[in-house]
Ligand binder design. Structure first.
Ligand code: SF4
Length: 285
């Protein structure tokens, strides 16, 4: 049984940075530390941080006189003002790719463009970006949403960093039919594209694919869907304990991929369990 680990899997650059900043803060700890919302969509990792004293809050007031880590998704602009009000010291782990989208939204809003965000309106990254243009953005999930939009001024279109290229193309095509005053910024993050591409490549050559990541992680869910297209037998797990070990002898080649918020220690636990069952890792592809 060969084990193939997708070349681009696990923590992306932005999440790695957020975890490193958090670990630095824990090491220097001189005030209570909170994260604004769970630092990443991975329960095992947030449980580990919680044992080290880092709790997640939903309301800044709860963190009065303490330190608060902004996660890689970013926050609305007014969060920084509110932090001053409660004497909260900010540790800003907003991913630089997300910051770029926030800055575009702010700049073009100030130049009187109508901002449109292609993405999920309930996702904290999108809520954050909208907070950089005075919560005035239209948020579209697909091309059908574009049809309903009342367009009366110049448009600036940005994307949630985890949007698929497929959706971006459909949305932009539909918008081009409605306006000829469009500035479009494809702000889809490369890390997402790379993970999806490596996932598809690995899934094509194995007979079982294991996708590791939080059940609430949207990028892990996307990897699962992509994998399923090429490898009928795809399973999604959060930890090594969930591996259905008794069936593994049936497979010749097993592929592994992991969402952008899955820590290496969880991926390594899964590989170790497979090796204990006779798996032979072919190394990173
Ligand atoms: S997926 Fe991309 S934009 Fe999102 S945190 Fe990771 S590197 Fe940053």
């Amino acid at each position: 049984m060969k084990i193939f680990v997708a070349e681009n899997s696990g923590f992306c650059f932005g999440v790695k940075k957020a975890i490193n900043k958090t670990m630095e803060a824990i090491n220097e700890q001189y005030k209570k530390i909170y994260t604004y919302g769970p630092l990443i969509h991975n329960k095992q990792e947030t449980d580990r941080l919680s044992k080290l004293g880092v709790k997640s809050i939903d309301n800044l007031e709860e963190a009065k006189d303490s330190q608060v880590i902004i996660r890689s998704h970013g926050v609305p602009l007014r969060f920084y003002e509110d932090a001053k009000k409660y004497n909260v010291e900010i540790i800003d782990a907003t991913c630089p790719f997300v910051r770029k989208v926030q800055k575009i939204a702010k700049k073009f809003y100030e130049e009187d463009y109508q901002i449109i965000i292609a993405g999920n309106p309930r996702h904290p990254e999108v809520i954050g970006i909208n907070g950089w243009c005075n919560n005035s953005a239209f948020i579209v999930e697909d091309e059908k949403d574009v049809e309903k939009l009342p367009i009366s001024k110049k448009i600036c279109l940005v994307a949630q960093t985890t949007l698929t290229l497929e959706k971006w193309n459909l949305i932009i095509n539909k918008l081009e039919e409605k306006t000829n005053e469009l500035r479009a910024f494809n702000t889809i993050c490369l890390a997402t594209k790379e993970r999806q591409k490596s996932c598809a490549e690995t899934a094509k050559k194995v007979d079982l694919m294991i996708v590791i990541g939080g059940y609430h992680s949207s990028n892990t869910q996307k990897l699962y869907n992509i994998s399923k297209k090429y490898c009928e037998k795809t399973i999604h797990i959060e930890t090594a304990e969930e591996l259905p070990l008794k069936d593994f002898h049936k497979f010749n080649a097993i592929g592994i991929t992991a969402g952008a918020s899955t820590p290496d220690w969880i991926i390594n636990n899964v590989i170790k369990k497979l090796e204990d069952k006779g798996g032979d890792q072919d190394g990173k592809q």
